[in-house]
Design a protein around this ligand. Structure first.
Ligand code: HEC
Length: 132
C-alpha cells in the first residue's frame, strides 16, 4: 500500500515536472529552429530550388520559360543587385522585362515565394550564385 502511494506520488511528480519542462522548452525549441534556419547551406538552397519548382522554369545554361540561372547571375552581378530583394518583391525585374514574362514570375512571387523565409530565400540565392 505504501509502495502504491509512493509510486503514485513519484508518477505525479514526474508528470508535473515534465509538464513544466515542456512549457519552458517550447520557446527554446523555436529559437533553435530559427538559428538552424539562419544557417541553411548551399545544398539546402539547391534542394529548395528543385522542391519549390524553380527548376521547371530556370535551368543553369538554357532559357526554358524563364531566363537561365547564368543569365540571371550575370545581370545581377553587373548591376550589383540582390536576388533575395527581387524574390521579396522589393525590387523590379532587370533580367527580362517583357510584361508577359514578368507576369509569369510575378505570379510565383505573389503565391508561394512570399511564404518562403528569409533564410530559405538566402539559401536559394546562395545556390543560384554558385551556378557558374
Ligand atoms: C512558371 C515558371 C517560373 C517558375 C516556377 C519560377 N520562375 Fe523565376 N522567372 C520566370 C520568368 C518567366 C522570368 C522572367 C521575368 C522576370 O525577369 O521577372 C523569371 C525571372 C526570375 C528571376 C530574375 C528576375 C529579374 O530581375 O528579371 C529570378 C531571380 C527568378 N526568376 C528566380 C526564381 C526562383 C528562385 C524560383 C523558385 C522559387 C522561380 N524563379 C520560379 C519564370 C518562373
Amino acid at each position: 500500500m505504501k509502495n502504491t502511494i509512493l509510486t503514485l506520488a513519484i508518477i505525479s511528480l514526474i508528470t508535473i515536472s515534465c509538464g513544466d519542462k515542456k512549457k519552458d522548452e517550447a520557446p527554446k525549441a523555436e529559437e533553435a529552429t530559427t538559428e538552424q534556419a539562419a544557417e541553411l547551406t548551399l545544398a539546402d538552397g539547391e534542394a529548395l530550388f528543385t522542391s519549390k519548382t524553380c527548376t521547371t522554369c530556370h535551368q543553369p545554361d538554357t532559357k526554358v520559360i524563364g531566363p537561365s540561372i547564368k543569365d540571371i547571375n550575370a545581370k545581377y552581378a553587373e548591376q550589383n543587385a540582390s536576388i533575395v530583394a527581387f524574390l521579396k518583391g522589393e525590387t523590379s525585374p532587370i533580367v527580362d522585362t517583357d510584361p508577359a514574362q514578368v507576369a509569369i514570375m510575378k505570379a510565383n512571387l505573389d503565391s508561394f515565394v512570399k511564404d518562403l523565409t528569409e533564410a530559405e530565400l538566402k539559401a536559394i540565392e546562395k545556390y543560384m550564385l554558385s551556378v557558374k
